[in-house]
Ligand binder design. Structure first.
Ligand code: ZN
Length: 97
C-alpha cells in the first residue's frame, strides 16, 4: 500500500487515511485574477499534477484542521505542489469550524 506524508504534521500514513490536495487554475466566482492558482481538495483523487497530502479528519473527505493550519503556516502545501498557491479560502473556512 502506498504511503504518503502529511504536509502538516509530518505523519506518514496510508493514502486511505489522508486527503489529497492539488492545484487548480480555476478561479472562484468572486475573483478574476489570472494568477490565482489555488490549492483545493482533490476529493476524487484524480486531479492531474502533484499532490499534497493531509491527515483526514472526522468529516468525510476533509483534512484535520490543525494539519491544514500547520501546512499553510509552514508553506508545506506550496512546497509539496512546487508552486506558489493560495489555499482555497472556502476550504479553510469549512474545516476551521
Ligand atoms: Zn497531519
Amino acid at each position: 500500500m502506498s504511503r504518503r506524508r502529511c504536509v502538516g504534521c509530518g505523519r506518514i500514513a496510508p493514502k486511505s487515511e489522508l486527503v489529497r490536495m492539488a492545484v487548480t487554475d480555476q478561479r472562484s466566482a468572486s475573483e478574476g485574477r489570472a494568477d490565482s492558482r489555488r490549492a483545493v481538495l482533490d476529493r476524487t483523487g484524480t486531479m492531474p499534477g502533484r499532490g499534497a497530502y493531509l491527515c483526514r479528519g472526522v468529516a468525510p473527505g476533509e483534512p484535520v484542521a490543525d494539519c491544514l493550519a500547520l501546512a499553510t503556516r509552514r508553506g508545506g502545501i506550496a512546497r509539496a505542489l512546487r508552486c506558489a498557491v493560495r489555499i482555497d479560502p472556502e476550504l479553510v473556512e469549512s474545516v476551521s469550524r
